[in-house]
Design a protein around this ligand. Structure first.
Ligand SMILES: NC(=O)C1=CN([C@@H]2O[C@H](COP(=O)(O)OP(=O)(O)OC[C@H]3O[C@@H](n4cnc5c(N)ncnc54)[C@H](OP(=O)(O)O)[C@@H]3O)[C@@H](O)[C@H]2O)C=CC1
Ligand SMILES: O=C(CO)[C@H](O)[C@H](O)COP(=O)(O)O
Length: 506
């Protein structure tokens, strides 16, 4: 324990990729920053390498770290989600006093945040679950921040977070989301949308590669051109960078062709889908993205199916392989694709339209889920404010978030983003192309679950009658589960095993 007078205005514990850069960002903004990590090496390295960037106060034990902070203390935890976060809270909480603010900036499950907030509130400690997005660079230069927790905690925390968040058009990408788990809930949905967006871009790439037989570097140009239109976004920008990159060990061989084609996941996309199932919100685009990652990783099943399950007979073998066999350079422009060279430009336009429309569906589903979560937990989340803070800093930052913000500003109770006049018109203009792309993907045997499920969702929303009437009839027949009628209120049942008369049950 140190006897020195505490000087640090804020502390960060957990100095790996995110915590280290977040601490540097805070210190660069003039805050005296206490830093601590379970193992000392990271603390020492931070102070040695970046000590000149601001005023850091290293703490080599939890006691020393806490003692270096002025009261009421504010501490940001930036460690692995789950048990490590609980371990850090358990170590810090006994050292804290009433009125101190403990912030979890990791990717915690919102239910854990609710539990932790309730437990710490009983001890007079304000616990704030804060979503942070932007990766390593964002943490340093300005992330998008989704703070949850009490108004009291936010009154102290808000100005610091606004200082370190990225700024778009004079507005910081940080705003109070709502109490207890609201911030981590919104961060989880952000990540679910991230999964969907990445899956859709990957499908667009797959279709273009196999449809046109172009090299990844040639496709990088397509994505670069898309990035100056309505698809402009961080994920499109980095897609072009990845596709342009050669294997550092073999110049001329595209990096994307030597990366193992099994997508990993830390869990936030899966949590989004699990939570959506509980809330009854159809986030089919996000679910397809999670399942596509799982299928990519089902190596035993994939290996067993290859060479056993046939693809479409009329598609040239070259197009199925897409000139993308590991170790081979990509095909020449127009060679080996399933699209005629003369139709290449219109195919590219169609894929762009399908990507845009599917992306609108993914965001529409994500925003529906935020509304459902907010209603369920009484958080009072403002969807337009979430679109505003996602415009910069985060992984899903995109030009069209401005349009989403405008849509919710005009109509805060918008039933679906898809019915906002701007998006309804944009999707309507692309829907024929979207349908053509889904048909082509099916015909060519190239899976595009994101494109096709988003289109099915769109059709499911817009059709006046759905096939669910038959499902209700089936449920009533086998289980007397009853159905509602279009022409009368109440619940009804048919005597299926008897005289087929209908009775009203409620
Ligand atoms: N990486 C990213 O792009 C993003 C990450 N996040 C989230 O931010 C948090 C930090 O992520 P990241 O920087 O990548 O680091 P990691 O998720 O890899 O976590 C490493 C840190 O956790 C600490 N830690 C692990 N177990 C324990 C434990 N039992 N007790 C105390 N400390 C422990 C490590 O300490 P030690 O050095 O001693 O091992 C280290 O400081 C995570 O919750 C992550 O999900 C959020 C947005 C983006
Ligand atoms: O939180 C993030 C960005 O906002 C991380 O990048 C995200 O956790 C990556 O997730 P996964 O490893 O599951 O793809």
């Amino acid at each position: 324990m140190t006897n020195e007078t505490p000087t640090a205005q804020i502390g960060v514990t957990g100095l790996a990729t995110m915590g280290r850069n977040l601490a540097r960002n805070i210190a660069r903004h003039g805050y005296v920053t206490a830093v601590h990590n379970r193992s000392d090496a990271k603390t020492k390295a931070l102070v040695e390498e970046f000590g000149h960037e601001g005023t850091f106060v290293p703490g080599y034990s939890a006691e020393e770290f806490v003692a270096s902070l002025t009261s009421p203390r504010t501490i940001i935890i930036m460690v692995k989600a789950g048990a490590p976060t609980d371990a850090v809270i358990d170590e810090l909480a006994p050292l804290l006093s009433e009125g101190d603010i403990l912030v979890d900036g990791g990717n915690a499950h919102f239910a854990d945040t609710r539990r932790r907030e309730a437990a710490l509130r009983e001890r007079g400690i304000h616990f704030a679950g804060v979503g942070v997005s932007g990766g390593e660079e964002g943490a340093l230069l300005g992330p998008s921040i989704m703070p949850g927790g009490s108004e009291h905690a936010y009154a102290k925390l808000g100005p610091i977070l606004a200082d370190i968040a990225v700024d778009v058009d004079g507005t910081p990408c940080s705003t109070h989301v709502g109490p207890d788990g609201a911030g981590h809930f919104v961060k989880m949905v952000h990540n679910g949308i991230e999964y969907a967006d990445m899956q859709l871009i990957a499908e667009a790439y797959d279709l273009l590669r196999h449809g046109l037989g172009r090299t990844p570097a040639q496709l990088a140009e397509v994505f670069e051109s898309w990035n100056s239109g309505d698809l402009e976004s961080f994920l499109i920008e980095i897609t072009a960078r990845v596709l342009r990159q050669d294997d550092p060990t073999t110049p001329g061989r595209p990096l994307v062709d030597v990366i193992v084609d099994e997508a990993e996941q830390k869990g936030t996309g899966r949590w989004t889908v699990q939570t959506a199932l509980d809330l009854g919100t159809p986030v089919s685009g996000i679910a397809e993205a999670v399942f596509a990652r799982a299928l990519s990783g089902s190596s035993a099943q994939r290996k067993a199916a290859q060479g056993v399950l046939p693809g479409p007979a009329e598609v040239p073998a070259d197009a199925e392989a897409g000139g993308a066999r590991v170790g081979e350079p990509g095909g020449e422009e127009g060679a080996g694709g399933f699209v005629d060279a003369a139709d290449a430009e219109s195919f590219i336009d169609d894929v762009r339209a399908a990507l845009y429309a599917s992306k609108v569906v993914a965001y529409a589903q994500g925003f529906d889920m935020i509304r459902a979560g907010s209603t369920e937990y009484g958080w009072g989340i403002d969807p337009g404010a979430m679109a505003t803070i996602w415009r910069g800093g985060c992984i899903i930052r995109a030009r069209f978030l401005d349009r989403i913000r405008e849509a919710y500003e005009k109509q805060p109770d918008l039933p679906s983003l898809l019915v906002d006049p701007y998006f309804a018109d944009a999707v309507a203009r692309g829907q024929e192309a979207w349908r053509r792309v889904v048909v082509q993907s099916v015909t060519a045997g190239i899976p595009a679950p994101g494109f096709s499920s988003s289109l099915a969702y769109y059709d499911g929303l817009r059709r006046e009658r759905s096939s669910a009437a038959l499902v209700q009839g089936q449920r009533d027949l086998f289980g007397a589960h009853t159905y509602r009628r279009v022409d009368r209120p109440g619940s009804f049942h048919v005597e299926w095993g008897g005289d087929l008369s209908e009775s009203q049950t409620a």
